[in-house]
Design a protein. Structure first.
Lengths: 290, 260, 290, 260
């Protein structure tokens, strides 16, 4: 009745092929740290369409997915190029429907965190003291308010997030597919546990995790696939492996500002490369050092 | 750029904002201007201030300013790093934050702020990054400090979108809505300092930075600004404050040059 | 307006004197690991009365508090001598009102965990898929059921636990009062954050915590007092310091079975000693090794 | 004590219970008999079974049986240890558990169990430890295994208190109550194995341990016990199984002698 349901060790191409389908609801989580950039690129390369993408802090990789036409809906709570400015592809989609209309489901961080935690907990909703006096509930009908059955207080209620597939990047996995994350761990554990399927790209696969006590470990049996992708969070960082490439974040502003320069970049660096390793070589020194 | 005073308006703003953060306060820090001010405070008069960033680091002591809210520098110098759900539930909502330190794209006379959209939400003129942690930082912190540059695009008669609540329509409207914290206690700009009137909660100019005239502030404000009868002058940056801020900015610039 | 609100470094006697008052609602948490035994003894020594004591897994130290007459109400979800059997003083209070009647507010672990988490989160209640078909809600009116505003599902709702004071034992603190815990960390973080005041007894106070990434740390400013009490979890264990004294757990069965032997033990070992260090000497080798 | 078969009834019970746990299953383990059975499974046919204890250890591989649910041995040999709220919300309620492995003080014909009280709740004859994690283990695990000794005090016509639900009144009453998991699939005792009837969900004797008669089981059961038409015989413990169990018990006894 039960098989040993360990994660499959796959190439990233295989994992995206198997677990990310057109029309899927998908979370690529990462809170400025450990952003699954390689996975985002591979989704563009494989030409997925009509995705609903979820993330608290959509940044460059979501800008790329949106600009490349993969996305029909974005569920989020803060969308920007951190420390730099706007996401021009996100703005162009919202403001001008280019390359296609983008539906927004907008939240605040506290609400999304509660919704992910509810998903991981197999609860249909989460509660928070949130959205008090904010206009957000006027535009997001999925934010409701309930009364505490004990005190009568009014609290916000948000429906659980349950993605079809969650993808995260982590520092390492062992050969069985157990995953270890440290540093800014964001909402990654919740995003994986809330999802039907999950892919974890890692900096390296090692014989033994050597995790400290009470570490953030995702056991192999809650992960569908583990893919070794060295530098796979570039231009984000992987604590203990490489630093954030702030220069690339800044350069993205110019690349993404115009449709033409964006499309040329996607053609050249994503569609024109066969995988993340080739991308890193083609994009040059910055990525190569990751 | 330093002007004829020997310091810039932005430097005055950051230092004036830093001074509002008292030693020992537990501060939930927004990225950008608030982060600069909070770290200047920590490096000058408030060595025991506890800085928390929404990405998870608790009691972080970065040697350079973070570019993103979750830079490695923040987690490496923190006492511990917690998950995002824990940060928002146990620490912010849990009532552990003395001061929420926020920036804003737009602010109104009752210190409500907008970081979501300029123009119509459905068909925006400018789509801004959105709420992030701000609505609950503004609601649950025991008090809120806001810092932003002073001009008519920012200080508006009516917000295009209320992302995070200040005093709503003034008076006791914040209490009636049940927000746990007492709300914004100061708005620190590059021209001066505004504080809410004790009764009406309307923002009132209470301090002018050196060399700034009341008229300048009025002209940079999109509503008829109330001026305190005893409006004071912000003490200029001390040599130490300027040195600390400039060293911090220089270290930060070097660190963020990146690897391109 | 704000002072630096660091934890005070006090003796345990001082901390109990200052923060535990007659009639208080108090949680001494610890899930078989790191049980704050020394603090429990000191409460008996100082003769507190009419306490409401909260704990998921009341064991020997709650048996002692109950038998010593300190307690009027117990809020719990599993009460026993782990691996040994009953708590005879708890049973005698419930079955025979000795030494005084004991009100029970009984829960399941999942409900108490949700209630502590709600307390730590400053929410008035927590929700769970719990108590389905159990008789517990018939006897605990504070367990209610609510409907999900999105799906209509029926879920249990439990009121937040907000103790007047929480006491835990931890491995170490630094000189500022920052506390580090590892191993079985139970519900201790939540119990401290849910409380108005908290006391943490620690094995040692050190210059530097040297905590691993993402460790369970309670910052000094959420703790009221830190007290160094070497071996303070005996007969429970402190991972990295000493093992569980299973022999003492077994011997408690005989000590506590009869009122007379229990009272003699309390007289001799608790009321007859001035502090935990003297208790450890008087109780002999087992405690001395802790 | 081994009897004339060369093994004891308790040994047969533990080994029969161990066999029910398949390799690769994620098992939420109760302390006592279930813990012994789960570890025998891990040390024999199910090396990849994942053992989780409610105190927080995930994928623990203790070399001796824990006396308490949170022994240091469990956390030291685990892949990680999570907090209690996380264990109950993300792991158990989250639907990650294949098998909940429980003991009981009393059980009824529909595999409902009582670990709370014997007699009247308000004026009990015997106050038992209480629910602990059991109600939600019984509800949320994909299936439940129960192991306890077989006698009329335990196998009762009517429970004094329903701590944790099995099949309630039988039939589809469990589904109607909305419990996520499918419920108990086997009750393993020192006399035999009972499994729920596929329709009525009433526990039915389906296997007798070697040397035990149907009459013996009927006499040890407080209700008119249903017997499967094709009741089988439990294979006796293999030499390996016995050796593993006895070695485990011997290691455990040495370890728990304590430091008195």
């Amino acid at each position: 009745m039960y098989d040993v349901k360990l994660a499959s060790i796959l190439t990233l191409g295989e994992a995206i092929q198997e677990f990310v389908h057109d029309g899927a609801t998908m979370a690529l989580e990462g809170f400025t740290h450990l952003i699954p950039s390689a996975a985002g690129h591979e989704i563009i390369r494989q030409g997925r369409r009509n995705l609903t993408i979820i993330r608290m802090t959509p940044d460059l990789i979501y800008d790329q997915l949106i600009g490349a036409g993969c996305v029909s809906k974005l569920i989020f709570s803060w969308g920007g190029n951190p420390g730099v400015g706007s996401l021009h592809r996100l703005r162009d989609a919202v403001e001008n429907d280019w390359p296609r209309p983008l539906e927004l489901e907008e939240n605040a961080h506290a609400g999304m965190a509660a919704a992910y935690a509810a998903g991981a907990s197999n609860l249909p909703f989460g509660i928070l003291r949130g959205y008090l006096g904010s206009d957000l509930p006027k535009y997001n009908q999925r934010i409701k308010f309930i009364e505490c059955p004990f005190t009568g207080e009014r609290l916000a209620a948000v429906p659980a997030i349950r993605p079809d597939v969650t993808i995260i990047h982590a520092q390492k996995a062992d050969r069985k597919g157990n995953v270890l994350i440290w540093g800014v761990v964001g909402v990654q554990k919740e995003a994986v546990l809330a999802a039907q399927r999950s892919i974890v790209t890692v900096e390296e696969i090692v014989d033994k995790l050597d995790s400290p006590p009470n570490a953030v470990v995702l056991p192999s049996w809650v992960v569908s696939a583990v893919c070794e992708v060295k530098g796979g969070a570039f231009p984000s960082y992987a604590q203990g492996y490489y630093a954030r490439n702030n220069a690339f974040y800044k350069s993205w502003d110019a690349i993404s500002r115009e449709r033409e320069s964006f499309q040329a970049w996607i053609e050249r660096y994503i569609l024109g490369t066969k995988d993340f390793s080739e991308f890193r070589q083609s994009v040059g020194g910055a990525a190569a050092n990751a | 750029m330093p002007d004829q005073n020997g310091y810039s308006a932005d430097e005055m703003m950051t230092i004036a904002a830093a001074r509002k953060l008292r030693n020992g306060a537990v501060c939930f820090v927004g990225i950008g201007l608030p982060s600069a001010a909070a770290n200047v405070a920590r490096l000058t008069h408030a060595p025991d201030v506890v800085l928390i960033y929404e990405s998870g680091p608790i009691a972080t002591k970065p040697s350079v300013l973070p570019l993103s809210i979750g830079d490695g520098e923040l987690s490496e110098t923190a006492e511990t790093v917690v998950s995002i759900p824990e940060m928002f539930s146990y620490w912010l909502q849990g009532g552990r934050i003395d001061v929420g330190f926020l920036g804003a794209a737009q602010i109104d006379r009752f210190a409500n702020i907008n970081t979501t959209v300029i123009g119509n939400y459905r068909k925006p003129k400018t789509r801004l990054p959105g709420a992030g942690g701000a609505p609950e930082i503004a609601a649950s912190s025991k008090e809120v400090l806001i810092t932003l540059r002073h001009n008519k695009r920012a200080f508006v008669q009516k917000l295009d979108f209320v992302t995070s609540g200040g005093y709503f329509n003034g008076g006791n409207s914040r209490e009636l809505m049940g927000l746990p914290g007492r709300g914004p206690t100061a708005v620190i700009t590059d021209l001066g300092i505004l504080t809410p009137d004790i009764q009406t909660k309307e923002l009132t100019l209470t301090s002018l930075h050196p060399g700034v005239s009341i008229q300048q502030v009025i002209e940079a404000t999109g509503w008829p600004l109330r001026i305190a009868p005893d409006v004071g002058t912000t003490p200029p940056p001390s040599e130490t404050e300027l040195q600390v801020l400039r060293d911090l900015n220089a270290r930060t610039a070097r660190a963020h040059a990146g690897q391109a």
